[in-house]
Design a protein around this ligand. Structure first.
Ligand code: NG6
Ligand code: CA
Length: 509
């Protein structure tokens, strides 16, 4: 049944009366759109101080919604963050780490997940974009339906970049099948021995649109050398420059088709991960070269989503969350001549560290929640984690969480809806080492972790911390003044809390 706009508005009005107390009435089922950007830093959007690129659509969302200033991904890399987001449990509990492009699905299909919970509440669920949670059972035939995958994790519909833009196979999958595949040109994939397939970046540099470091010099498809070897599937190869249009179109089609159901759309963008290659429409849209241009491109995608909600007249019945999976990365494998630090642009805002880092820049994410008519606009400084979305949304849609499910997911619905600034007391941050927050205190234990060689060469915190570190973020947001010697009792307390979390003896939620 299609409701006339007037009725819709009055329904929203009735809902808002219910919402005026601190707890929400049960069984309110707005559509939920989660826009998950890849590698976007806290400072990369206009409202958080970006200067090298304009993000008018994201800024508009922030103006009509809540801009969170202390919201975190569970980890400073992709797979672990996505794992926690969908399962409500810490990535370390399942040793979740960045996966290769042929890795098996890392979410146990028996496990309750956020999309399964939403399905039980009557939602039609879909993912469009980057997956990177593994597919299949370890021995994938890319020419057949690949199982288990998103469907077994709770998504009714999927349109995927299977792993990352820089990993083969560089093909889209719709509902777990490679699209546009010619059966006479089957796909083979290898992350071990070389295949006699696409030319290699290490041998044919003249074919490259962007030169790459030795880790990204394997099979060349569409002028980019990737991680991994691939043969066949030529008719199915994606064109990186078409990502924004193809992914956005799939997301828009999903919303259009589901506009009369409550739907959950996980729109998981490739931007601004490398290889960073903007469509010609967005080239030079920023002052920062490719990194800024793909931020502008990402902003366009966000605008298309909000425009579609408006056109479908469901803006006021849609809870939209915008955030990112990990902190910003500057160069990461491709020499794209990005001018990343143009002027005073600070990709991680006032925070130290980048993607991969345990410092705040690794996990403190640009995070906006918008639900016009229900959520009061403003800024919210509560400490929360993306891991908390699961329990908070379960509360919103009136779904119970059974014991043993979503074990690290705290219910902070009032925070998400900007009715409270009382967030978490403790929060675990995962990188190659752990960090823990207690309100504005931040603790990183002394540790020497064996991180990959390339990481040690390139990044700020290579996993070697000879001394424990303690910071007071209220006066030292950049984590530059180590107070560990000054407050030994605080160090002890936070270290023991951290150990207890890891051993499963203390819950932060
Ligand atoms: C790293 C890749 C990097 C990127 C990252 C995953 C190398 C040297 N680097 O291993 O290019 O793909 O994995 O990014 O291989 S993430 O956002 O999906 O976590
Ligand atoms: Ca990422």
């Amino acid at each position: 049944m299609t409701l006339k706009p007037l009725y819709k508005i009055s329904l929203v009005f009735i809902f808002s009366i219910f919402y005026s107390g601190s707890a929400l009435s049960q069984n309110v089922k707005p559509n939920i759109v989660l826009i998950y950007v890849d590698d976007l830093g806290y400072g990369d959007i206009g409202v958080n101080g970006a200067v090298g690129v304009n993000t008018p659509n994201v800024d508009k969302l922030a103006q009509s919604g809540v801009n969170f200033t202390d919201a975190h991904s569970s980890s400073s890399t992709c797979t672990p963050s996505r794992y926690s987001l969908l399962t409500g449990s810490h990535a370390f509990r399942n040793n979740a780490a960045i996966l290769s492009g042929d890795a098996p699905l890392i979410i146990d299909v028996e496990m309750e997940t956020m999309p399964k919970m939403l399905q039980k509440a009557g939602y039609h669920t879909g993912i469009v974009g980057k997956w990177h949670l593994g597919l299949g059972d370890g021995n994938v035939d890319w020419n057949e339906e690949v199982k288990p995958g998103p469907r077994e994790v709770g998504f009714d519909y999927s349109f995927l970049i299977p792993a990352t833009g820089d990993r083969i196979p560089t093909v889209f999958m719709e509902n777990q099948r490679v699209i546009n595949l010619d059966p006479y040109d089957p796909i083979e994939v290898s992350y071990g021995s070389r295949l006699d397939g696409y030319p290699l970046g290490s041998e044919r540099p003249e074919l490259l649109k962007q030169h790459a470091d030795p880790m990204h010099l394997q099979s060349i498809t569409n002028g980019f050398s990737r991680i991994g070897y691939m043969n066949g599937g030529e008719s199915a190869l994606w064109v990186d420059e078409e990502f924004p249009f193809i992914l956005t179109e799939k997301a828009v089609d999903f919303m259009k088709a589901q506009k009369d159901n409550p739907f959950f759309l996980f729109f998981s963008l490739h931007d601004i991960h490398q290889p960073r290659v903007a469509n010609v429409e967005f080239v030079r849209k920023s002052l920062m070269g490719p990194r800024g241009d793909v931020i502008a491109q990402m902003d366009w995608c966000v605008g298309e989503i909000t425009k579609t909600l408006e056109k479908l007249e469901i803006t006021e019945n849609t809870l939209l969350i915008f955030t990112s999976d990990n902190g910003p990365i500057l160069d990461d494998g491709y020499f794209d001549y990005a001018r990343e630090l143009v002027g005073s642009h600070l990709p991680a805002g006032p925070y130290k560290g980048t993607k991969y880092s345990i410092y705040e820049g690794g996990t403190r994410m640009p995070t906006i929640v918008s639900w016009p008519g229900t959520v009061d606009p403003g800024e919210n400084s509560a400490l929360i984690s993306q891991t908390d979305f699961y329990a908070s949304l379960a509360k919103l849609v009136g779904q119970p969480i059974e014991k043993g499910n979503a074990v690290d997911s705290g219910e902070f619905l009032d925070v998400l809806l900007n009715k409270s600034e009382k967030g978490r007391e403790y929060l675990l941050e995962e990188a190659y080492v752990y960090g823990i927050r207690h309100h504005n205190w931040k603790f990183i234990p002394a540790k020497n972790v064996n991180v990959p060689e390339w990481l040690r060469i390139k990044y700020v915190d290579p996993g070697f911390f000879p001394e424990p570190q303690l910071f007071d973020l209220s006066i030292d947001p950049f984590e530059s003044n180590n107070l560990a010697n000054k407050y030994p009792d605080k160090v002890k307390e936070m270290e023991s809390k951290l150990n207890a979390i890891v051993k499963g003896e203390f819950s932060t939620k």
